[in-house]
Write a protein that binds this ligand. Structure first.
Ligand code: ATP
Length: 254
């Protein structure tokens, strides 16, 4: 905790040896009135979650499972952009600590050498036109050397990529510093305009063919970049441009 030299991000920390999901702990903390920037960190999660009910593998002793409470003073439709603000912060925080080149796979994954290193899950507790709080959860594979069979080909860790064990506390502190800075930039315009350059420079999808797996349709397209609202801008094969919202789709490289 003493490593975290911020004004609000990660100033108030709850630590768990084991918990079902740090996102659930932060949701509770939010309901109970915990301050903006409250951080929950666990050594292991027994029910780590991904998007759409998927699982985030969260074994003990080797990785970072953490969630941050944000009390945004902006419209609910802006909340999904916080996933991208966090993605930037985690990618920068990792590169502040280690000499690796990470990339962002829109909207919510960070990858190294084509493999998944980080997952991000944003959830909000809202009433109709008012957000009580937003929980942004982050799983970083830090020192794992083995993965379950289903993800053995697609997942990697910092240790595997850097060739040495990586300390968790300085990494958490670096991510909190970047988050505080990036969130304040985000608040100035309530969109990603101030972060476009950095986000785009790390965006792995840009200039690539992608397969859009939506709920209504699936199609191949060419990714052009992201909009200030955090949508992925793609060109379809018939030449029309489309803006895709993160909630609707999964993206695969083609
Ligand atoms: P996609 O990346 O296919 O669009 P998603 O973004 O919805 O999926 P996430 O919610 O980011 O998926 O993460 C859950 C998925 O990530 C799981 O279904 C599994 O395939 C994979 N996964 C689970 N645990 C880990 C882990 N520790 N490291 C890397 N990948 C993992």
């Amino acid at each position: 905790q003493s490593l975290i030299k911020t004004r609000w991000a990660g100033k108030n920390v709850f630590y768990y040896d084991s918990t079902d999901s740090t996102n659930l702990r932060i949701r509770e903390a939010g309901d109970a009135g915990a301050p903006h920037g409250t951080l929950a960190v666990a050594d292991r999660q027994t029910a780590g979650r991904g998007r759409r009910g998927r699982t985030w593998e969260s074994p003990a002793g080797s990785s970072i499972y953490m969630s941050v409470l944000l009390r945004p003073e902006f419209k609910p439709d802006r909340a999904s952009m916080l996933t991208l603000v966090m993605a930037c912060s985690v990618a920068q925080g990792i590169m502040d600590c280690e000499a690796v080149d990470v990339q962002i796979k829109w909207p919510n994954d960070i990858i190294i050498n084509g493999k998944k290193l980080v997952g991000i899950l944003t959830e909000m507790s809202s009433q109709i036109d008012y957000i009580n709080h937003v929980t942004v959860g982050v799983g970083i594979n830090v020192n794992m050397t083995e993965f379950p069979e289903e993800i053995a080909e697609t997942a990697t860790s910092l240790r595997l990529e850097c060739g040495h064990p990586v300390k968790r506390a300085p990494l958490i502190a670096a991510v909190m510093r970047r988050l505080e800075e990036n969130y304040e930039t985000f608040l100035e315009t309530e969109d990603l305009s101030g972060l476009m350059e950095i986000y785009s420079s790390m965006l792995v999808n840009r200039g690539r063919d992608v397969l859009i797996l939506g709920t209504k349709e699936q199609y191949q397209a060419h990714a052009l970049g992201i909009s200030p609202e955090g949508e992925l801008i793609v060109r379809r094969q018939d030449g029309t441009e489309e803006r895709i919202c993160a909630g609707e789709v999964s993206v695969r490289g083609v």
